[in-house]
Design a protein around this ligand. Sequence first.
Ligand code: CA
Length: 230
Amino acid sequence: MKKVLVLEDEANIRSFVVINLKRAGYETIEAGTGAEALEQLKRHPDIRVALLDIMLPDEMDGFEVCRRIRASSSKIGIIMLTARTQEMDKVTGLMTGADDYVTKPFSPAELTARVDAICRRMGDDAPAADAGTISAPPFLLNTRNRTLEKNGQRVKLTQVEYAIVKLFMDNPGKALSREEILRSVWGEKYYGELKIVDVNIRRLRLKIEDDPQTPTYITTVWGYGYKWGF
Ligand code: CA
């Protein structure tokens, strides 16, 4: 059973989330503070997805927990739980390495759809025929262990970033609309906003472009979307 960490200080919200995840077939690990969450992650290295509430009572907030998780692992999926008034938090959360965010109040269907989408992206049902490498100098994408190298150097990617790069490399030179990217990477049932595509691409450019201000690998197709190369 796939393990999901639920970090939320409000007991009623936490049990609401836990009940719904269990109903959807997940095993849940609970935490009420950032320190507890990091402790649980150490105890359960097989946690696949972490749901992180942002506003927590002690000094370590959800962003800090996110940063600390990312410092040691790019494999775990991270979804931030945000309040409606925290619009800016969404972007900041994604920039610190979260894969997705869910705005409170959320429906059980929405939440489990997001967790399902992240698990799918993490390659649970990746077909065996998919294994191998895609070469697009200076890049080499290894689809077996889901890693990217640039000039022989490993580029640390989150699972979402990996999925975006793979989509581009599968479609070199083809303009992909933001909707297409969203559907392909986040899944058909994704309820979120298109903006999440731009936020992730901005972060990806910081990692792979020679000069992120004048991108040459992931180029913008104005009013439409993005393209791999010119
Ligand atoms: Ca809270």
